[in-house]
Design a protein around this ligand. Sequence first.
Ligand code: PLP
Length: 478
Amino acid sequence: MNIILDRSIKKPLYKQIVGQIEKDIASGELSPESPLLSERILARKLNINRSTVVTAYDELEAMGLVVRKKGSGTFINTDIWGIAHKRIPNWGRYVEDGSFHPNLPLVQRLRSETQENKIINLSSGELAPELLPGEQFTSILKEHSFNERLGYDHPLGNETLRYTISKHVQFYKKMSVQPDSILITSGAQQAIHFIIQCLLKPGDAVAIENPSYAYSLPIFQSAGIRTFLLPVDEHGVNPDDIISLQNKHRIKMLFLNPDYQNPTGVKMSFERRKRILEISSVYGIPIIEDDPYSLTSYNGQIGPTLKSLDSSGNVLYISSLSKIVASGLRIGWIIGPENVIHRLSDAKQQVDFGHSVFPQWVASQFLDSAKFAQHIINLRGELKARRDIMLEALDDLSNHTFNYYVPEGGIHLWCKINQEVNEFQLLERALQNGISFVPGKIMGSEKGYVRFTYGRGEKQSIHEGISRFVQALQSFNE
Ligand SMILES: Cc1ncc(COP(=O)(O)O)c(C=O)c1O
């Protein structure tokens, strides 16, 4: 048994012992005839506490790899050894040890709870089924014949779709972009993932908004990225906070969601956009502009996006069809300098050889048709109506005790409940009452906030949903 401990790494010593013994058993280095060193001797040899060895042996025993015989010592489990080539992997351990972090348990729980139809869903960040353009898609399928090649598509994504997107962003966002500067991704989520994986390395510091959607993503931790928080007020993040973070931590990248931010619903002011671009250029900090919501602007006025104001090439722009057409299409895109786009497209090839041809074809047909323009106008009206129902319900049912920003676009409402309760216990009670919401802590905020999504549930259930939430909240006073 030649165990070497590395005290410079984070992995606990007992886990290192377990890992090495496990490896030695698997490789045959340790045979069943040889007992493991006694706890006392191994502890002395490694110059560690005996209790550390005891913990390691306990774990090996729990894994079924060793048996401990009172008075005689610890032996490799001969049952397992006898069927050496058929050993069952310890899946629990694999599941725990992978470098890609799982979602927070609460996020997993919310996801599985909201799959139940009975619940009024004020938590999922997507559009309600009745807001999706199912009929328009059906007529596209009837009107157009599908003549695309069905092999692997262009590494940057379908050429026609990229051309359509370049026209789309020119028309709606005044951004002049060549199709070769666009990469089609599986939603904005994959775009964020590729940027983290390809352009950052472990130990890098990035700044994200607080609260933010980005905060809820474990993909930064999985990649060993350090995240620093920029508070969001009603005008977005404060540019001076970026300078302070830069002075303290040398920020490598800035992640911003300037339009109808998830979860606060706020739109960053024009002055702050200008100032942030200046800071980005003075310090050479690239900005990731995550913009899935700007087209939902209820009064129809859009932008300017940071990308459209950026004359120095500092902004990588992400958008998607999830919040304006359908999340299930999984169509997103990144716009940026060609060398960056090619690097990210190489990652896309490694991960999935490019997006599926069919959704790209339908998306392109839809975006390029008059049906899309009409759909967006209807969607804005519907979302605004839902927002108003929610605001009215919140005011009435809480007796005006809740505070919130009034969103002028998007699908989320960020609410301060002004009551000292544990949000996670509140969520449990709300779920029992048949309504889901997102506790603010998941998005990184201080205590006392919740996110309601009015875009997802049935319109006529929004009032009832808030009523059930208020009942859950009031039950803490009883
Ligand atoms: C700000 C923001 N970025 C990205 C995403 C991911 O969206 P997609 O479905 O396009 O991957 C979301 C989804 O909620 C979001 O709110």
